[in-house]
Design a protein around this ligand. Structure first.
Ligand SMILES: Nc1nc2c(ncn2[C@@H]2O[C@H](COP(=O)(O)OP(=O)(O)O)[C@@H](O)[C@H]2O)c(=O)[nH]1
Ligand SMILES: [Mg+2]
Length: 182
């Protein structure tokens, strides 16, 4: 009985990883979620920020990589291993979306096949001005589930929480049905 309780608590600690080129908006996304922050660790040598945020019954550890691309490759193994879900953030410009495709290919080497990789097409406020892509267009190119976002807009906080919640719920449901098959 006690053991079951413990294991269900553990399953609610989720590793959520944000990857993306510099300046696409990863830190801004974290700031949007920071109201529910429980703790924060910054690892300067590895160039990443680790925050725990409470979302419903989940404790989610969000790994935000601050470093350059070359640096990312050096530490990506530690950084990506064990992720429950990976969010690839793009600023929705055509060149950055293509970069994201590379990152996605790279990330798939390090994670379980059941770890979803989901795209965030950020900076949607600029879409009308400068030919940035809509989330639909990004999804066509990357072939992964894509959500649009404007991370600098504080009113998009709920939208981001909803995105994370939806992806986590899908994972939990899938894991439960796998368990039932055994
Ligand atoms: N216009 C616009 N700017 C954004 C948005 N999200 C982030 N930024 C800006 O983009 C820059 C880089 O953001 P940051 O979160 O530091 O990117 P990171 O390097 O991926 O962590 C900052 O000046 C942000 O204010 C957005 O949705 N729209
Ligand atoms: Mg950053």
């Amino acid at each position: 009985m006690k053991y079951e309780m413990l294991s269900s608590e553990i399953s609610k600690l989720m590793k959520v990883t944000f990857i993306g080129s510099p300046a696409v908006g990863k830190t801004t996304m974290l700031r949007l979620l920071s109201k529910d922050m429980i703790d924060r660790f910054y690892f300067p040598t590895h160039g990443f920020d680790l925050k725990t945020i409470k979302l419903d019954e989940y404790h989610i550890r969000i790994w935000d990589f601050g470093g350059q691309h070359s640096y990312f490759k050096t530490y990506s193994r530690d950084y990506l291993l064990g992720s429950d879900v990976i969010f690839v953030v793009t600023d929705s410009t055509p060149s950055n979306v293509l970069n994201s495709r590379e990152l996605i290919n790279y990330a798939t080497h390090f994670v379980d096949t059941d770890c979803p990789i989901v795209a965030i097409a950020n900076k949607q406020d600029l879409h009308k001005n400068d030919g940035r892509m809509t989330p639909e267009r990004v999804e066509e190119i990357l072939h992964i589930k894509t959500y649009g976002l404007t991370a600098i807009n504080p009113t998009e906080r709920n939208k981001l929480m909803e995105i994370i919640r939806k992806e986590l719920n899908k994972i939990v449901i899938r894991r439960r049905s796998k368990k039932d098959e055994l």
